[in-house]
Design a protein around this ligand. Structure first.
Ligand code: KIV
Ligand code: NA
Length: 278
């Protein structure tokens, strides 16, 4: 099976087939997501929060992204993989942007990159697209700008903000982006943006009107996610509790000498034992 292409993703919008996207940061997660039939895997810089334990995505480096993207690519060789360009790796001029984006494809094995921002990064988007690097946009709540935004809150509630987001989405489409993530925007605004574009929108906390949905692996599985359950997330399993209980049982077995049992140990021939120790 071949990974999806940006052409197929655009066709899915036209035909009304929803696009499923989930984050993954390592081999086992990517493997399971692929086996489950996910359309797109996002190696998000949310790995800073859910895998590396940072408070924000700001400390995540390009080396971190390359390293995790490689692991994901090994686990999901048949799935379309998008990797985030992290904080400040696409703001220092087109040449740097291209060099950085190229690493995610060349070393990481991603098929596309994602960048946060609207009209102000259109030049960077266009440069990547000209170089053959597909770009997914990301507007609304853009976590790399959390300090500029003044916290994690719903975006585009005011008229001027909403207009700006529509303009940003159009600027990204015009620059050649193949898709746009809409994060934490009101449902009606996400619907308006989705119908104003020919490229698919992928929502997270953006309601029912987007062309696809994305969520964070650790959130939907309750896998020790640092966040409280959020309104925008639906949890599908409680892996955290399963893992904690399993490790607890292991600890108890070791303490009580219940593990290992004879069946877990390797025996030796009696005669050799006798010769060795008499
Ligand atoms: O890093 C990430 O996981 C993301 C998604 C939330 C869209 O950018
Ligand atoms: Na991200």
């Amino acid at each position: 099976k071949q990974p999806l292409t940006i052409t197929k993703l655009k066709k899915m919008k036209q035909s009304g087939e929803p696009i499923s996207m989930l984050t993954a940061y390592d081999y086992p997660a990517a493997k399971l997501a692929e086996e489950a039939g996910i359309d797109v895997i996002l190696v998000g810089d949310s790995l800073g929060n859910v895998v590396l334990g940072y408070d924000t995505t700001i400390p995540v480096t390009l080396d971190d992204m390359v390293y995790h993207t490689r692991a994901v690519a090994r686990g999901a060789a048949h799935t379309f993989i998008v990797a985030d360009l992290p904080f400040m790796t696409y703001h220092l001029g087109k040449e740097t942007t291209l060099r950085n984006a190229a690493r995610l494809l060349q070393e990481g094995g991603a098929h596309a990159v994602k960048m946060e921002g609207g009209a102000e990064i259109a030049e960077e988007v266009a440069a990547c697209v000209r170089a053959g690097i597909p770009v997914m946009g990301h507007i609304g709540l853009t976590p790399q700008s959390v300090h500029q935004l003044g916290g994690y809150k719903v975006q585009g509630k005011l008229e001027a903000e909403a207009r700006q987001l529509i303009d940003d989405a159009k600027a990204l489409e015009a620059a050649g982006a193949f898709s746009i993530v809409l994060e934490l925007v009101t449902e009606p605004l996400a619907e308006a943006i989705t119908s104003a574009l020919t490229i698919p929108t992928i929502g997270i906390g953006a309601g029912r009107g987007c062309d696809g949905q994305v969520l964070v692996y650790h959130d939907i599985l309750q896998y020790a996610s640092p966040y409280q359950p959020k309104r925008m997330v639906k949890t599908y399993a409680d892996i955290g509790t399963t893992i904690r209980n399993a490790i607890g049982s292991y600890v108890k077995d070791v303490k009580e000498r219940e593990f290992p049992q004879q069946e877990h140990a390797f025996p030796m021939e009696q005669e050799i034992l006798h010769n060795l120790y008499g």
